[in-house]
Design a protein around this ligand. Structure first.
Ligand code: FEO
Length: 392
């Protein structure tokens, strides 16, 4: 528990045990599920946390408000990392009323069997008086589910933002950011955005436009630190990512069965290094512990303007981990990238032309036919020096 202001308490938890967020995304630095109490004449709980943290969560509530009752549970977002203790809290606090928008209601009923009498439905701009302050509710659909909304506490300039402005990586005991926090979380924020929200650039832009009129002094997201010091940087990063804007640089993404496509990828990395071209490299077969696979590759696709993809030909097609990555690009509607493909084959090369066809379908600027080479990698068969010159 951490007191954020006279009225606001952080009562979230850190999860260091979950291996894959949403069953997909690695969590090398953990993740926090953030929940908050707004304490006034009435007490409002903003979201809950993931199942499995019942005791810690309730202990945090008690540390903040003792045995006092909670009057309202505001549900900004129904994904179960935030909603799965709703039924538990309704049981613990029999007079607790859920505050949610209309799109949330069938999800509450479907996930948790919540009865209609416990739900108070709010529309865009509605407010709820807690005594000396009020909460108001603003819809931000598809950031990143259809029911998502934010809750605004004007008296404190505080935005309870749901997943918006969230990030992977657990929080420290300070919870509130300082001047170093943004850089500490920057990469994990980009990875979170690209993995979880990345498809919804247009709705994020709409949400940013809607929120731009607010004088925000504090952002309380559902993941990561409470932002006070770094609000301009955090908002600017979300704005940039949702516009799919990137820097000049190369994201090399490859999979390899026996090391030949990997050797070509490493050769390109060395050539880029020698030229001072920013790059990142990702082995999708995850041959070494700590590699982030598609999750890390997506992060760097949201940083750099050039994607170079390597795949051996496998079953006359694309190596499956690489195909998964290409489909992840398609699913996120990532646009405006330069693209180059390479890869080895044994008796018939198909992967490079198939990769180029997928890239073409996404409207990418395809830089040449690619480099498809037979059997073992050699510099003569696969000249990455020339490729690096082209990418410079
Ligand atoms: Fe953190 Fe979309 O849930």
């Amino acid at each position: 528990m951490k007191k954020i202001s006279d009225r606001i308490y952080y009562i979230g938890v850190n999860d260091f045990d979950k291996v894959l967020f949403e069953g997909l995304w690695p969590l090398p630095y953990g993740v926090s599920y953030n929940s908050y109490l707004v304490v006034d004449e009435k007490v409002a709980l903003i979201d809950t946390v993931e199942a499995g943290f019942e005791e810690e969560f309730l202990a945090n509530v008690h540390e903040a408000i003792g045995e006092r009752a909670i009057d309202y549970l505001v549900v900004n977002h129904m994904e179960p990392d935030h909603s799965s203790l709703i039924a538990y809290m309704l049981e613990k606090y029999p007079s607790l009323q859920i505050v949610a928008n209309a799109k949330t209601v069938p999800m509450l009923q479907g996930y948790y069997g919540t009865s209609q009498e416990r739900i108070r439905v709010m529309k865009e701009g509605d407010s709820l008086c807690l005594g000396s302050c009020s909460l108001s509710f603003h819809m931000i659909p598809m950031v990143h589910w259809p029911e998502t909304m934010v809750t605004w506490l004007a008296e404190e300039g505080t935005l309870f933002a749901g997943d918006a402005f969230g990030t992977f990586k657990a929080v420290d005991e300070e919870v509130i950011d300082n001047e170093d926090t943004f850089e500490e979380y920057r990469d994990e924020m980009i990875r979170y955005y690209s993995n979880i929200v990345g498809k919804y650039g247009t709705p994020v832009q709409a949400a940013l436009k809607k929120l731009s009129g607010l004088e925000i002094k504090r952002i309380c997201s559902t993941h990561g630190p409470v932002w006070e010091t770094s609000i301009p940087q955090v908002v600017a990063l979300y704005d940039k990512m949702s516009r799919y804007e990137v820097e000049r640089g190369v994201c090399i993404v490859y999979g390899s069965m026996y090391g030949n496509t990997a050797a070509a990828a490493d050769a390109l990395a060395m050539e880029l290094e020698a030229r001072g071209i920013p790059y990142a490299i990702h082995d999708l077969a995850c041959n070494n512990a700590g590699e982030l696979g598609v999750s890390g590759a997506l992060r760097d696709v949201f940083k750099y303007d050039t994607i170079v993809v390597g795949s051996p030909t496998y079953n006359n097609g694309i190596f499956p981990p690489v195909e998964t990555f290409m489909k992840a690009l398609q699913a996120r509607l990532i646009k405006g990238r330069r693209f180059f493909a390479f890869g080895s084959y044994t008796w018939s090369g198909a992967s490079v032309s198939l990769l180029n066809a997928m890239a073409e379908s996404m409207g990418y600027d395809i830089l040449g036919a690619g480099l498809s080479f037979p059997q073992a990698y050699t510099r003569e068969k696969c000249d990455m020096s020339a490729v690096a010159d082209m990418l410079a």
